[in-house]
Design a protein around this ligand. Structure first.
Ligand SMILES: [Mg+2]
Length: 380
């Protein structure tokens, strides 16, 4: 069996897919969405296809090592996203070849279903804003979610006046009031805060017992992250922008967070997501794989969620559950998705929807963000 062709599709905003076809007709799918750099990843996949075509698709680890190491310059979000999507597609093919879910080839499932959380929050406190937020919560509650993630949103300067901080804190406590004590709430700071401001705001939140605060500060400085963790009496999480085991090493060794959030479409695919999770187990850190893109990426994450003991909860967004790209949406029941049972990544693609190119390169976290007050650059 050899890899015969590699095709790329762009069926939805924030969803790019790669399809590997073998000479005996097996097809594997992966997701290569990299918000803000879509054309770069497309070019990277084309370059890597020159190597992969004609090769045995079952030598997944060998190809991973070649793609990561042989070109001298390693890593970076463009290469790692391309490698991640290709790795996922190879696991999809391997599962279909052996007629087993990918997780069965990685030691077998350690759980029967996968807990997922939903994105929900109170963004504005006008009557209309509250009604919209309430309606979304009621819709999500029908699926039995037991955890929701919101965030402060907006642009945060190095420090803000009490009115700005209090406004977010009040919205957060209103969320707690609405969901009650049996549901967990998490808050994504999107790496927009300074350590000092993050610590100050986390102390305001501690009375409502958050499940975690995510990326309180940017990802590059592990000591800054540890500074926040050391001063906050509830779990801190990070990892969606950390690529490969080597990027996570310092987070582990410094015990800088409680939970990590590697992204199956950036960290290095299914192969590397599992390895990072296994490393994290040593440090008593659980994984909560990041997934804010499409359904193929979610399927890839779930293959690893199935086989690692230190899994806590899986992120997903509405589009991750299917978005018309899969023949069947992933159903969320009692806040969980049952383990996929189909071979490979566990879904059947809807080719009429998935195999198209919409060509819209807009509004994908790459826009222009400036502070209103002085026009200087703000973090997304
Ligand atoms: Mg995040």
């Amino acid at each position: 069996m050899k890899i015969a062709r590699i095709d790329q599709f762009f069926p939805r905003p924030r969803t790019r897919l790669v399809k590997i076809t073998t000479d005996n007709g097996l097809v594997g799918w992966g997701e290569t969405t990299l918000e803000g750099k879509p054309r770069s990843v497309h070019a990277a996949v084309e370059e890597l296809a020159d190597y992969l075509i004609g090769k045995d698709p079952l030598r997944i680890e060998h190809h991973w090592q070649h793609i990561y190491r042989s070109a001298f310059f390693r890593g970076g979000n463009v290469l790692m996203t391309a490698l991640s999507g290709l790795d996922q597609a190879l696991w999809d093919i391997a599962g279909k070849f052996y007629n087993a879910p990918a997780y069965a080839l990685m030691g077998g499932a350690v759980r029967d279903r996968i807990r997922v959380y939903a994105h929900w929050g109170i963004r504005d406190t006008t009557d209309e804003g509250l009604a919209a937020s309430k309606a979304r919560l009621e819709k999500l509650q029908k699926s039995g979610y037991t955890a929701y993630k919101g965030g402060p949103g907006g642009k945060w300067r190095a420090h803000e006046p009490p009115a700005v901080i209090d406004e977010f804190v009040q919205r957060a406590y209103l969320m707690r009031e609405w969901v009650g004590p049996d549901v967990e709430l998490c808050f994504d700071f999107h790496g927009k805060m300074t350590p000092g401001l993050a610590i100050e705001i986390c102390h305001e939140l501690k009375g409502m017992r958050p499940m975690f605060v995510e990326e309180p500060v940017p990802q590059e400085n592990v000591d800054a992250l540890k500074q926040v963790s050391d001063h906050v009496p509830f779990p801190i999480a990070t990892g969606e922008r950390l690529l490969t085991r080597w990027a996570f090493r310092e987070v582990f060794e410094k015990q800088a967070v409680s939970y990590i959030q590697p992204d199956g479409s950036h960290v290095g695919g299914i192969s590397e997501l599992k390895r990072v999770a296994n490393m994290a187990e040593v440090y008593y850190m659980h994984i909560m794989p990041h997934c804010a893109i499409g359904p193929v990426a979610l399927a890839a994450c779930m293959q690893v969620d199935a086989v690692v003991p230190n899994f806590l909860v899986q992120e997903q967004v509405d589009r991750s559950l299917g978005d018309g790209l899969l023949e069947e949406e992933w159903p969320v029941v009692n806040g969980h998705i049952e383990l996929p049972t189909k071979p490979g990544l566990g879904f059947e693609i809807n080719p009429a929807e998935a195999e198209q190119d919409r060509g819209e390169y807009v509004e994908e976290l790459g826009g222009e963000f400036f502070y209103d007050q002085d026009g200087s650059v703000a973090d997304w």
